[in-house]
Ligand binder design. Sequence first.
Ligand SMILES: [Zn+2]
Length: 389
Amino acid sequence: MKLDVSTYPIIDHHCHPWAEDTREISKELYVSLMNMGGLSPEEAMDPENVIHSEFTPMGRQILHLMADFLGCKPRLSEVIEVRNKRAKKDYWEYCGELFDDAGIEGLFIDDGYSEVSVGAGLAKNDIHEFELKAPVPIRRVARIEPRFQTAVDESSSYEDFVTRFDRAIEDAVKKENVIAFKSVIAYRSGLHIDPATEEQVRKDYERSKATRARDVKHIRDWYVRRVIRKSRDLGTTFHIHAGMGDIDVVFDRSNPMQLYGLLKDPETWKTKIFLIHGGYPFSQEAAFYANALKNVYIDMSEMIPFASIPGATEKTMQILDMAPPARVVFGSDGVVIPEIHWAGAKIGRQVLEEVLGGFVKAKVYDEDEAYEAAKMILAGNAKRVYNPW
Ligand SMILES: [Zn+2]
């Protein structure tokens, strides 16, 4: 049984903007985007590093898709050359062609950059410029950590910090077209998020003010809980990075299992919480929450298209064997170049056809139900939950 979901539109629930300066890309830039650790110009001097990055499943599967789309051979230099020629004519028109081809209807953009990372963080793209040029409508997802750090840096006392932080969160919704908040606490102190006492939070405030440390766990646990509560009143959802990321992630505290204390707390139940990246590779742990709790959702980004297509199929099966389709949303984590968003959409459809086709074969769903599930995951859930446009 082969499903065909090629005509179903897609909303990309988690991705990043790209900028004018990728109108032309080098082989080195492409290769550096195809592994989780990147590839600095210095590292690119070592052929051993280049061969490592060039042959990741992500690098190859996107290259094959690009070769098909561009009508050339799947050789890196040829693909990059043809791509640059097309993009050079009119970059944003080329982006529009990619998005038409993949049936992408809208993007939820995490505009965050790293406030503590040296060099490794995303560039601070001008989101307003991107909004004007993007081939489809966008909505913004506001990173909490830069707003937290700014409030600490600019504050004159703990009380002043709390006022500034709350205002930054409220302003994001009132003034910045924001539909969700996102925390990357998995990159700072990890997902084991405890209730903190005021004394602990004040102490961490002083340390953060003095050192801008990553591991001020109490005050970070405090802001996650605070913004989850505020999201309920502001009508936003809450996104939390769960699972792998680049090497800065506190990987041994990134398994969504560690969210148990937070997610079982009824205080968090009135806010819709999205586990971004589906906890990959700990997908089954994430799926359990999406089944057992009414407010927890799974976002498939990064796993698709960063993992191999067969690997992502297996993991998506592990997600959908517990998580109801109404609790799963497509995302790509596309970043730096639009081809990652585009390839993510194409691979996302392929993976869902495979997994849901298997469900039909096993008589879990009939054909109509499988199509309904795919429609919900690709765009329907995002439209229903966010009513974004
Ligand atoms: Zn991301």
